[in-house]
Ligand binder design. Structure first.
Ligand code: MG
Length: 391
């Protein structure tokens, strides 16, 4: 099977309310439709958006891939169309062993110019996912089967984010989820304008002692402040604090992870094994959170293998997408050792299922992995209503 064509699409889905909830103090939407969150200085779009790739083989087989498109999505499309597609077209994809080789060769094209992350890493992820889907469809097997043993039927999840305007409304939302049977929750410190410890205390009281509770610190602190916060949060029995320090502060992450009274989770921004290797062996992280939209399947599995080697559990990240890279994340999660729970972005996942032909679902605190060959997904007409082809 030979890759014949590579196409890119930007899929844009309007939102009633920005991701992470309503605008906070001093926040506004700029002329390009972005908001800078005052809690961590990070820019976010006010729509849901991703970059989707369609590979077509000479025999007509199709493979779908997807990556981040929330910010400057045309940059990722240009990398694919201008740099990667012309090299990928003509390559044979006959077995699973060839896909990591293709990843290495595409990664190497820009090695001396900075290829280890950012938009280039995202572009590689989209193509890698599409190659696995293409091969799975070609041989009539789910991607999980191509990757190895399926260790579990469903993937346990947790409720991520409580998008509401006030701490009281977020507590009420958590209570509603709890009454519906959800048993694990993560809140976003970046919008805890009334105080992180106060919000944590209120949430713990609301969900009771038996539900898991986590907080995403969104890379917001220096190590000393992160540790002080971890000590203040210790009474509330958190499963983990996530992303306590800036991504580039490798030494700080190690210091916090070793000294924190609460387990530390990190890794959603990593693109590949090289980035994981810098942080994992020394950092004493208890949870690693690979994001399929950044890693692709090949690097997701490599990061998972390294995590297992150093004794960390996997808590895969979930972000804004149509569901294609989420499907890839579920296939990979079905096969890996030491899986804890997979993030469930309720405000994204369930709303976007209408875009795809799939039996993927989330119920009883767990994902159902899509069946069928490849990733077990295909865009429906509703998907194309939101997609723009980018040459
Ligand atoms: Mg996070």
């Amino acid at each position: 099977m030979i890759v014949a064509r590579v196409e890119t699409f930007i899929v844009t889905l309007p939102r009633d309310e920005p991701y992470l909830g309503p605008l906070g103090p001093g926040e506004s939407i700029n002329q390009r439709g972005y908001v800078v969150r005052s809690g961590n200085g990070t820019i976010y779009p006010t729509v849901d958006r991703s970059v989707v790739v369609r590979l077509t083989a000479e025999d007509g087989t199709i493979g779908w891939g997807e990556t981040y498109g929330i910010c400057a999505p045309k940059a990722t499309c240009e990398i694919i169309n201008d740099l990667l597609a012309p090299v990928l077209v003509g390559q044979p994809v006959d077995d699973a062993a060839v896909i990591p080789v293709i990843w290495e060769s595409l990664y190497g094209l820009m090695r001396v110019r900075g290829c280890s992350g950012g938009f280039y890493g995202d572009a590689l992820a989209a193509l890698d996912i599409a190659l696995w889907d293409l091969l799975g469809r070609h041989v009539g097997q789910p991607v999980a089967v191509l990757l190895g043993d399926r260790r579990r039927e469903t993937i346990p999840g947790y409720v991520s984010g409580l998008p509401a305007a006030t701490p009281a409304a977020r507590v009420a939302l958590a209570q509603r989820f709890r009454s519906e049977g959800h048993d694990a929750f993560k809140f976003a410190a970046v919008v805890s304008h009334g105080g992180i410890v106060e919000e944590c205390a209120a949430l713990r009281a609301a969900i009771g002692p038996d539900a898991a509770l986590m907080v995403d610190l969104h890379w917001k602190f220096d190590p000393a402040d992160a540790l002080a916060l971890a000590r203040a949060l210790a009474p509330y029995d958190l499963s983990f604090i996530e992303a306590p320090v800036k991504p580039e502060d490798v030494a700080g992450l190690t210091d916090v992870a070793r000294a924190s009274p609460i387990p530390v989770a990190a890794g959603e921004e990593w693109h590949n094994l090289h980035e994981a290797r810098l942080r994992l062996p020394g950092a004493a992280l208890r949870y690693v959170q690979p994001e399929m939209g950044h890693t692709g399947i090949t690097q997701f599995c490599r990061i998972a293998a390294l995590a297992a080697e150093v004794g960390a559990s996997l808590a895969p990240h979930a972000t804004i997408g149509t569901g294609i890279f989420l499907a890839a994340s579920l296939h990979a999660s079905q096969t890996i050792d030491r899986l804890w729970r997979h993030e469930w972005q309720h405000s994204v996942f369930s709303a976007n299922l209408r875009l795809l032909e799939t039996d993927m679902a989330y119920d009883n605190n767990a994902y159902r992995v899509p069946t069928g060959p490849g990733l077990g997904i295909a865009p429906k007409p509703a998907f194309w209503a939101h997609a723009e082809a980018i040459d």
